[in-house]
Write a protein that binds this ligand. Sequence first.
Ligand code: TRP
Length: 330
Amino acid sequence: MKQIVVSGIRSTGNLHLGNYYGALRNFIQMQNEYECYFFIADYHSLTTHPDPAMLHPNVKSILAEYLAAGLDPEKSAIYIQSDVPEVCELYTLLNMHAYVGELERTVSFKDKIRKQPENVNAGLLTYPVLMAADILQHKANLVPVGKDQLQHLEMTRKYARRFNTIYNTELFPEPDAYKFHGEPIKIPGLDGSGKMGKSEGNCIYLNDEDKVLTKKVMRAVTDQGPTEMNQTKPEVIENLFTLMRVVSAPDVVEHFNNLYNNCEIRYGDMKKQLAADILTVTAPIRERYNEIVKDEDYLRKVAAMGAEKARESSARTLEEVRKAMGFRRF
Ligand code: TRP
């Protein structure tokens, strides 16, 4: 039997390079080999109370980006999280075995308390439980996620194990992180901060126009340049190299690395090359995106197809879950 893959991206705006290399590119690789469910996490986006007028446009742009980047609705179930309300039932049931203490210790929750102290809602606290429901409803074996999501996945494994133990069943497999080429990737920001993220405001978006993108890269924070041969790179410079290792050919990286080690590097040249290599990846996606996003009929068809496949799989699992927990119909 084929392994089952589930993953999603929160719909809080357009996708950036971090989303692409942390998740989307893996989705595209996996769709040929596995039974895949790829969704757009619009319920999860509500933990930050977005503007209702932006909710649908955000979902729509990500759906178009999924397709533009190469996800194939004939191969994978591509769906919107809220089109599969079954996930809410599983979320409710899993919540009964999720302990407040362990949820409060989640790194992402502690982060949010710091970032939005005025809005520490219960949805934030139980974010990992909804994520577990996303994954477990399809009995996933593999979950492609970026580094920042590994703790959530670990919690999913714990909830699966806990459910199986309590109800003396083997209903849920324990899903593993899918690591494409080794370790999960963390795409750094260009402002010297550790991570590229929407809330950090340091993103390169998949559909940034050439000029905008180039400008962002050229403005990346650097230092005065190396003063000693073969010196250790400070974090801002290491970040540039990390990005380059992701988008550029190995000999290009090697070239600039040698220049750095010989104290001959000109960051302007390196950034120009980096911008060009990012554009090679993003420009074709952006062009397809501009076509697809106009095609409402196609988007509607894709979403309906995905929802149907996902609901069927979720409903099947829920039947078993209800039975294990003791629910019976009259
Ligand atoms: N939490 C993920 C993120 O912020 C999105 C997500 C929600 C997800 N549910 C998921 C990812 C299930 C993988 C599997 O990126």
